[in-house]
Write a protein that binds this ligand. Structure first.
Ligand SMILES: Cc1ncc(COP(=O)(O)O)c(C=O)c1O
Length: 353
């Protein structure tokens, strides 16, 4: 017997994962060197070499019973302390172990957060356009995802529309900065205003910051405001910023210890493996400057990518028009963007007339 919620979700296949599997299939046919897969946001560079060395040392020297044993279900104290110390060093603010809850990537942080703060029938708000995986994370809890309409061309949150949708049914607001897919950093004043509005109605504001350390000029985001907003939850990961998608390591950061405890209770214990947390600790010890180096690398490679796309004709009027039509559909039908529908539209657009 299948839970009916999950049965319904089976009909909404993830366009991202479907495209990734298509890329794998094509790679088997024509060679992986001929497939440029931008589906899953896999890092395009290897993880820092210092990290590889640290992992080799860890496996060779760490006592195996401890490295592969259980850790406290709230997370490994060494890893949590190292994350807090790193944030303190970066932002000059007094974080401690109790502010950190380790998760399986940003995805695990989002899923735990939504489970912790919703009951079936509650509403979760997010802003269009949004990372489509939020849909299943919310649907799996029996809550309802409602989408605040977008504001083109800035794609900054529409706080007037948001204020109208922020009713007592809303227990969680999910916002992503910089945003996938627009790439835009959310304006700091708007973020604080959203945190204020959420606090007023008792909703949690969960900020998906998984790309923040790779963003030029992003600064600390809302991290300095945690003490002011006990309803604020920052969700971060090593995935993008350390090029370690497969390690599945992230964390939630909040000044609200009770909220983090509820998150820990809202999923299976030990969802992050002890070796993954040991690896994260090694990354922070050996190469915490990597996100900074990665930002410089991205800046130096960006022109080559856009020039290369232009040389392939991918910035010409035809592709531009197709992108605009797709974007127009996405933006004007925020409630109707099932992955299957978007994939069908993209296929139709890109295969041409
Ligand atoms: C906006 C956003 N949030 C969360 C995730 C999931 O990240 P992770 O792999 O760390 O779980 C992604 C992955 O691409 C993403 O783009």
């Amino acid at each position: 017997m299948l839970n009916e919620i999950y049965r319904a979700m089976l009909n909404n296949k993830s366009v991202i994962r479907e495209t990734f599997m298509y890329g794998r299939q094509r790679a088997a046919q024509i060679g992986s060197e001929n497939v440029f897969d931008y589906s899953l946001g896999n890092p395009s560079v290897p993880c820092p070499p210092e990290f590889t060395t640290a992992m080799q040392t860890l496996l060779a020297q760490e006592e195996p019973v401890s490295l592969h044993g259980y850790c406290p279900s709230q997370g490994d104290p060494g890893f949590r302390t190292a994350v807090a110390a790193h944030l303190t060093e970066t932002f000059g603010l007094p974080y401690a172990q109790k502010h950190i809850f380790p998760t399986t990537g940003a995805a695990g942080a989002i899923a735990h957060a939504i489970r912790a703060v919703t009951q079936p029938g509650d509403e979760v708000l997010t802003f269009a356009p949004y990372f489509p995986e939020y849909g299943p994370y919310v649907a799996g809890t029996g809550a309802v995802l409602r989408v605040v309409p977008p504001q083109a061309p800035t794609f900054q949150p529409n706080l007037d529309a948001f204020a109208q949708m922020l009713t007592e049914k809303v227990t969680c607001v999910l916002i992503n900065t910089p945003n996938n897919p627009t790439g835009r950093l959310v304006d700091g004043a708007l973020l604080r205003a959203a945190a204020e509005q959420c606090r007023a109605v008792g909703a949690v504001l969960a900020v998906d910051e998984c790309f923040l350390p790779l963003s030029d000029g992003a600064g600390p985001g809302l991290a300095p405001c945690l003490a002011e907003y006990p309803n604020l939850l920052l969700l971060r990961a090593f995935t993008k910023s350390y090029a370690m998608a497969g390690l599945r390591l992230g964390y939630a950061l909040s000044a609200n210890g009770g909220l983090l405890e509820r998150m820990a209770a809202a999923g299976p214990p030990w969802s992050v493996s002890t070796p993954a947390q040991a690896a994260g600790l090694a990354a922070l010890e050996q190469c915490s400057d990597w996100p900074e180096k990665a930002r410089a690398l991205l800046a130096s490679e960006r022109p080559a990518l856009s020039d290369g796309l232009a040389a392939l004709g991918l910035e010409g009027p035809a592709i531009g028009a197709a992108q605009r039509r797709l974007a127009a559909h996405i933006l004007s039908h925020p409630e109707d963007n099932t992955p299957a529908r978007l994939l069908a539209l993209a296929r139709a657009e890109l295969s041409g007339p």
